[in-house]
Design a protein around this ligand. Structure first.
Ligand code: PLP
Length: 387
């Protein structure tokens, strides 16, 4: 019988060395390891099944994190990266070559969109974009694409991808399905259960959980390990062992934090939805949201991210953000503290207004990462700021 999420989060992957009796994985701040390793029974690096040699290839602290994450996201194998973007770029470049075609949703994290529109075409990789709605209609012929890329909950408009149908269709078409599940986190969704080939996370967000590291993770079946590992080794996007240790410490409480954030976000979304100054709330857990039915089938919890628009647009949004006392104005998301941002100023600032319009991002959209503070306090903070 497989243990529960929190049991696995605490116990799995830890490197407990009998001789020391240490309960938590040590920080192996080593660039290199003895070669040949003369020990009678050397520990092996899961990336190669051989003794450790050089940290850009693999490291015991990273391995602990990778094993714990793999257990939580129900994947055979995982690799950690120096950032979410390193996980995304290394995985995509491991699977695509000149002449290949990639199908992607329009609604993407800004930097991923720039990678797909500015970098991949220069490398001879053609990217076709469609909306999450179009992808969810299941009418596209996927056999034309070597890979399909989606965010399971899109940033920042929070549309939900229907992985339940897409995953099996991509597998039948022989296309690699890559899913950025950063907003859902492994607590609310395991894309591998829907046949995603590669699951990607900005570990900077919910997995780290404390807004103190930049980290990436990719999870996949055994067939993908060598290709993605080679790509990580070549591009060099490896996390420092200290960074991996902090990710490892953060992920242990992912279940507790995510449960609180799911609950807080639901309460805040309901509060915002009935407020007279609010035009629209985007939240997968609201029945009024157009993706609610898809969300019910694809997510175990609706997550800690809410986006909303005020009736008086950008000026009112800026004014309200200045008045908030608990919730700070900053980009990023998924930490224990509530953060609020205007994507036009931060996450999607490098895109042109036309590109943002194509992604369905209203200029006045406010993105709110709900923390673990008490929901009554957060509601009061918004009540005052909106007044
Ligand atoms: C959905 C999503 N994917 C990927 C990234 C990139 O992650 P990182 O900043 O860790 O490189 C982000 C960053 O905000 C994100 O929101």
């Amino acid at each position: 019988m497989s243990s529960g999420f929190n049991t696995r989060a605490v116990q799995d992957g830890e490197l407990r060395i009998k001789e020391f009796g240490n309960m938590t994985t040590p920080i192996f701040e080593n660039s290199t390891f003895a070669n040949p390793n003369e020990s009678q029974n050397p520990a092996t690096d899961h990336t190669r099944g051989k003794p450790y040699m050089y940290t850009r290839w693999g490291n015991p602290t990273l391995q602990s994190l990778e094993k714990k994450y793999a257990s939580l996201d129900q994947v055979d194998e995982a690799l950690s990266f120096s950032s979410g973007m390193a996980a995304i770029t290394s995985s995509v470049l491991a699977l695509l070559k000149k002449g290949d075609r990639l199908l992607s949703v329009n609604e993407l994290y800004g930097e991923t969109f720039l990678f797909f529109t500015r970098t991949l075409p220069d490398m001879g990789i053609d990217v076709a974009f469609i909306s999450t709605d179009e992808l969810n209609r299941n009418e596209i012929d996927l056999t034309k694409y070597k890979a399909i890329y989606t965010e399971s909950i899109v940033n920042p408009t929070l549309g939900v991808c229907d992985l339940e149908h897409l995953g099996s269709r991509a597998a039948e078409a022989g296309s690699h399905l890559l899913v950025d599940a950063t907003f859902a986190s492994p607590y609310n969704q395991n894309p591998s259960k829907f046949h995603a080939a590669v699951t990607l996370h900005s570990g900077t967000k919910y997995i780290g959980g404390h807004a103190d590291i930049i980290l990436g993770l990719a999870g996949f079946s055994k067939d993908y390990l060598e290709r993605i590992w080679l790509s990580r080794k070549t591009f060099g996007g490896i996390p420092d062992p200290l960074q991996a240790f902090l990710g490892l410490r953060g992920i242990k409480t992912l279940g507790l934090r995510m449960k609180a954030q799911n609950e807080n976000a639901q309460a805040l979304a309901k509060f915002l939805e009935q407020h007279k100054s609010v035009r629209k709330v985007f939240y997968p857990g609201l029945e009024s949201f157009s993706y609610h039915e898809v969300a019910k089938r694809n997510l175990k919890g609706y997550g800690g991210m809410i986006s909303f628009e005020l009736k008086d647009g950008v000026p009112a949004a800026r004014k309200m953000m200045k008045k908030l006392k608990i919730c700070s104005s900053a980009p990023s998301l998924g930490g224990i503290e509530s953060l609020i941002t205007l994507p036009i100023d931060t996450t999607h600032a490098s895109l042109t207004p036309a590109e943002r319009a194509k992604m369905g991002i209203p200029e006045g959209l406010i993105r709110f990462s709900v923390g673990i503070e008490d929901s009554e306090d957060l509601i009061e903070d918004f009540q005052k700021a909106l007044a």
